[in-house]
Design a protein around this ligand. Structure first.
Ligand code: NAG
Ligand code: NAG
Ligand code: NAG
Length: 526
């Protein structure tokens, strides 16, 4: 936007330059020319103003409107006057529309010295110090590394500041607060105060404070997509619930779970900071930091705005079922990464998440988005979770079944009791022929000549129960190739799953799938 403004200034100067170039001998013609010019200017001005007034509403709502395009059409006018006035109005529209960018977000990360060595690697996966601002709040300084000096004595040395991480600060003393919960830990008070402590640093141009844990990974582009839907000048408390119905009953169905991350708009953080210490004193019996936060939000009268892309993941075992059937909402965060199995098999969690950053860079809006289609001739159901995994099932499942997460995980009480979720689930398979063939994403790249992403998924080789169905056998497939155009404006439109289509494949053992916006009349049907 800034670049395009400069461009227009250049264009305007070129336009002004043309009449001047011919000046000199024709000085008597000049007054008349000027008169005509003024007349022309006035008429153009009036016409443009009228057009602008009648169009401005439509412009505001056009999701793909491109200020650069508008400017290049206006620059054909002969004089600087109308161009300038349109520019001013354009900028006014721009300012009103001005939404959150990543530099307007400040992260407050709750960490503890005890786990820092391990968990800082999760933060390194997503935090980009050149673009982002944030503070890691620790309970105490991390133990200095002991090393030998040149006399051979062991001396403490400061750990070199890791420039790929946010700056680390030590939380203020909370010993004066009372904490009476028998199951919890009083560090909850310290963590609850992170928003206020971060606000007091007085950083400028902040729209949102976003809280997360040291074992939370954010998809920051999607975080910005979600936050920019809301007016940061108003009071907003945005986050999501626990997967566990019991946790939600015990804590609250109106609470943002801290590990999944939540956002507090700047004016709300200011209002909170004024009351938070007094408020915390009123709830010594609460368990954690996030219920203390919600208690203060309730005092302020601000409800939770739920956004389904924040994931607390209060579950054990394998997240596969949840990730393969992500809700139709941008993926914002993943939490409890030390608790659940690595999201890709046979690698460490950090390695697995590193792999996920590849499709994330290519098309963050589409990451983990599910599409459902059928191979008509083979009578297979295919579910794509873009950038993560593809599943092939023998037989036909309806979309309403496949869009439910399969129960690959245990609940927060480590039980396979599925009556206690706050959402619908389905069994992994009912008939042994219908155990899904899973293909995990192994690589993703952009074909720059076709402007399409190409992601590859390799079959996870696990034993399958014998099947007597007379039907094409998916064991013959080794890999799946998915073609998809990046779609950064996916969430500017109403939520809808993409469509997928099984394409002709030239290569043996490879299935080729195309994913994209559903065409007119196209639905998931066989
Ligand atoms: C401590 O210092 C030693 C020697 O410089 C190094 O090998 C080791 O990785 C350091 N440990 C940590 C935790 O930084
Ligand atoms: C996982 O890795 C081990 C050793 O690297 C290998 O033997 C095993 O086959 C792998 N399992 C899968 C499912 O890829
Ligand atoms: C990109 O796609 C074109 C057309 O399908 C293909 O010919 C080309 O080899 C692809 N390039 C890469 C780098 O995959």
């Amino acid at each position: 936007m800034k670049v395009s403004q400069k461009d227009t200034e250049k264009l305007m100067m070129m336009n002004l330059g043309t009449p001047n170039a011919g000046s000199g001998p024709q000085s008597r013609v000049l007054p008349r020319l000027l008169l005509w010019l003024i007349l022309f200017v006035t008429v153009t001005y009036v016409v443009y103003t009228l057009r602008l007034i009648s169009n401005s509403r439509a412009c505001d709502h056009e999701p793909f409107s491109n200020p650069r395009r508008q400017i290049s059409t206006t620059s054909t006018s002969a004089s600087s006057q109308p161009t300038q006035s349109i520019l001013d109005q354009d900028q006014a529209v721009e300012v009103r529309r001005q939404t959150t960018q990543i530099r307007n977000v400040v992260f407050g990360i709750a960490a503890s010295a005890k786990f820092w060595e391990k968990r800082k690697n999760y933060i390194k996966l997503w935090f980009k110090p050149e673009e982002m601002r944030g503070i890691v709040w620790l309970d105490q300084t991390v133990k200095k590394n002991k090393t030998k000096d040149n006399k051979g004595d062991r001396v403490a040395v400061e750990e070199a500041e890791d420039l790929s991480l946010p700056p680390v600060m030590i939380s203020g003393d909370t010993s004066k607060f009372s904490y009476t919960n028998r199951q919890g830990h009083r560090s909850a008070i310290r963590i609850s105060r992170i928003v206020s402590e971060t606000l007091r640093l007085g950083l400028e141009d902040v729209h949102w404070f976003v809280m997360g844990d040291d074992d939370t990974v954010f998809v920051t582009e999607n975080l910005v997509r979600v936050l920019s839907k809301y007016d940061h000048n108003q009071y907003y408390y945005i986050g999501s619930l626990s997967e566990s119905h019991l946790q939600n009953i015990y804590f609250s169905y109106g609470m943002a779970y801290g590990g999944g991350g939540f956002a507090i708009s700047y004016p709300l953080a200011k209002a909170l900071e004024k009351i938070q210490d007094r408020c915390i004193q009123r709830y010594p019996g609460l368990y954690g930091s996030d219920d203390r936060m919600q208690a203060c939000m309730a005092e302020l009268g601000v409800p939770l705005t739920k956004e389904l892309g924040f994931h607390q993941y209060d579950v054990y075992g394998n997240l596969f079922g949840l990730l393969a059937a992500h809700p139709v909402a941008p993926l914002v965060s993943l939490h409890h990464l030390d608790v659940v199995e690595p999201i890709f098999p046979n690698v460490t969690q950090v390695k697995a998440l590193q792999r996920l950053t590849k499709p994330m860079k290519l098309d963050s809006a589409g990451l983990m988005q599910q599409s459902i289609c059928y191979d008509k001739s083979k009578r297979w159901t295919i579910s794509v979770s873009w950038g993560f995994a593809v599943q092939v099932f023998r037989g036909v499942f309806s979309p309403r079944e496949i869009e439910m997460p399969s129960r690959t995980f245990l609940n927060w009480y480590k039980k396979a009791d599925y009556t206690a979720y706050a959402f619908n689930t389905r069994p992994v398979f009912r008939n042994q022929c219908q155990k899904p063939f899973v293909f995990y994403m192994s690589n993703a790249r952009l074909n720059s000549s076709t402007h399409q992403t190409v992601s590859e998924y390799v079959r996870h080789r696990v034993p399958h129960p014998p099947c007597k169905w007379k039907m094409a056998d998916p064991t013959k497939l080794d890999r799946v190739e998915v073609y998809k155009k990046p779609d950064p404006h996916l969430w500017d439109r109403s939520p809808r799953r993409n469509c997928c289509r099984v394409m002709e494949s030239g290569k043996k053992g490879t299935m080729v799938i195309n994913v994209g916006v559903c065409r007119e009349g196209e639905i998931s049907e066989i």
